[in-house]
Design a protein around this ligand. Structure first.
Ligand code: FAD
Ligand code: NAI
Length: 465
């Protein structure tokens, strides 16, 4: 039987695309090579990392912050297997949820490795080598991404791990070396530091979180250092010697020069991710690619008719919600509707303590584009709710067009920033101004009042500062 649409990959891009297409009346199938649905995000990404971030944050609070609030508890003890079980149960709940949704929407699932043999034909091979062909009018490639590797350093997922291994260590390493001060390095570095590891982060560039607003990176680094994380910037790991009981990593200045040795029990390689298209048959089909990514036009169409691509496998931020929104958009486009993603309003959140949440342009981007802007800033030290709860780390910064007052970027470092950012997303989506935000009533006492105050600060009229 021919399907209207078959989606290869059931990560947040793929399964959401399949559901939206089914809602629009299409006969839909998915192809998934792994045992469970949900892709990187649900199995070895967003979901398990957030479970460990949550549990480890509470562990640290119980050990260091409860006393100050008058809650006397014995020093908390770590039961790592139980914490991992908590994480695994959370993952199971989420992946089973996707299985339920696919069934509810009458989407057929083919479990096996998918290869496009011709437009409209996907060969699905199962573990025993048997294969079957799925016939379909349209194909969406949503095959996601894989870990980027360091030349000459082999990931064994035991002593030298990627994020996948770092989410499943069976004991807390005394010393953890993190290669790469990006999102994974800082999130998973935070998890293991809270649980007792001494964490050193080696970063090639001269700052953490490249691509984010520089002021955010600087302040966030200071906060993480206060928490006990050590940073070696402008440095790179060139080799790791596994011969001894502890790992010995050679760390060189990025600009060249004498190497030093850093010892560690576990090394986490977190230097980015690369699009995953292995065995898909794209080269044979002549699907255009650029630096490993599938090339698509503004409608997610590849150069081969009837084949589309979304999510981590195409250009843009490698984020689950970006993949989801593209999944919805491409399903609507295939159905003849006007699907669209606004890339200026995609939030980016780092789920550490404090959280970092941003949307829109950074100061550096505005400067290099020659856009005149006004910045309004408000620190959490001046926010009533943050003060009374003694969670005053961080600030809100709003960047608005100097002429029109339209908000172009919002950057938050602070507890719950990841929940707070969405009023900024809505504002940017509707083309709102700092004045609009400043005149919107915000409940008191909330951390969100800091957003209103930062908006007031754009017009130099913050009240509580
Ligand atoms: P994926 O989720 O990678 O899914 C691709 C799917 O395709 C997989 O299931 C794979 O098995 C399947 N597949 C591939 N090739 C084939 C084939 N040939 N045949 C059949 N099936 C195939 N993003 C966030 O927004 N927030 C977060 O908090 C966050 N945390 C993260 C934490 C970690 C540790 C990692 C690694 C990533 C995190 N991400 C986060 C990124 C997020 O996971 C990705 O952006 C997202 O999963 C991309 O979705 P996708 O649908 O494009 O691909
Ligand atoms: P990243 O791109 O965020 O960070 C990689 C870091 O490694 C960069 O700072 C880079 O300069 C550095 N680096 C590169 N090569 C290096 C080298 N040889 N030596 C030292 N440093 C080096 O990538 P990361 O952290 O691996 O995450 C991958 C993707 O997963 C990200 O793009 C992110 O979008 C996604 N993700 C999102 C999360 C979230 O939204 N909360 C959480 C985790 C991952």
């Amino acid at each position: 039987m021919a399907y209207d649409l078959t989606v290869i990959g059931t990560g947040p891009g793929g399964y959401v695309c399949a559901i939206r297409a089914a809602q629009l009346g299409m006969k839909v199938a998915v192809v998934e090579k792994d045992k469970t649905f949900g892709g990187t995000c649900l199995n070895v990404g967003c979901i398990p990392s957030k479970a460990l971030l949550h549990a480890s944050e509470l562990f640290e609070e119980a050990g260091h912050k409860f006393g100050g609030m008058g809650i006397k508890v014995p020093a908390p003890k770590l039961d790592l297997p139980a914490m991992m079980k908590f994480k695994d149960e959370g993952v199971a709940g989420n992946v089973n949820g996707v299985a339920f949704l696919l069934k509810k929407n009458k989407i057929d699932a083919f479990i096996g490795h998918g290869r496009i043999t011709a437009p409209g034909k996907i060969e699905v091979t199962v573990a025993d080598g048997k294969s079957q062909t799925v016939e379909t009018k349209n194909i969406v490639i949503a095959t996601g991404s894989d870990v980027a590797r360091l030349k000459g350093i082999e990931i064994d997922e035991k002593r030298i791990v990627s994020s996948t291994g770092a989410l499943a260590l069976d004991k807390v390493p005394a010393k953890l070396l993190v290669v790469g001060a990006g999102v994974i390095g800082l999130e998973l570095g935070s998890v293991w530091r809270r649980l007792g590891a001494q964490v050193t982060v080696v970063e090639f560039l001269d700052r953490i979180l490249p691509g984010m607003d520089a002021e955010v990176g600087k302040q966030f680094q200071r906060i993480l250092q206060k928490q006990g994380m050590t940073f070696k910037l402008s440095s790179r790991v060139t080799a790791i010697d596994l011969s001894g009981k502890t790992l010995k990593a050679s760390v060189e200045p990025a600009a060249g020069g004498a190497a030093e040795t850093i010892e560690a029990d576990v090394a986490l390689v977190a230097i980015g991710r690369v699009p995953y298209t292995e065995g898909l048959g794209l080269t044979e089909l002549g699907v255009a690619m650029e630096r490993g990514r599938v090339t698509v036009d503004a409608h997610y169409a590849t150069n081969v008719a009837g084949i589309y691509a979304i999510g981590d496998v195409i250009a843009g931020p490698m984020l689950a919600h970006k993949a989801e929104d593209e999944g919805v958009a491409v399903a609507e486009i295939i159905a003849g509707q006007a699907g669209h993603v606004n890339y200026d309003a995609i939030p980016n959140v780092i789920y550490t303590y404090p959280e970092v949440a941003t949307v829109g342009k950074t100061e550096e981007e505005l400067k290099s584009a020659g856009v005149a802007y006004t910045a309004g800033k408000f620190p959490f030290t001046a926010n009533g709710r943050a003060k009374v709860n003694q969670t005053t780390d961080g600030f809100v910064k709003i960047l608005a067009d100097a002429k029109t007052d339209r908000v172009l970027g919002v950057h938050i470092v602070g507890r719950e920033a990841g929940e707070m950012i969405h009023e900024a997303c809505v504002l940017i989506e509707f083309g709102g101004s700092a004045e609009d935000l400043a005149r919107t009533c915000h409940a008191h006492p909330t951390r969100s009042e800091a957003i209103k105050e930062a908006a007031l600060a754009v017009g130099k009229r913050a009240i509580h500062m």
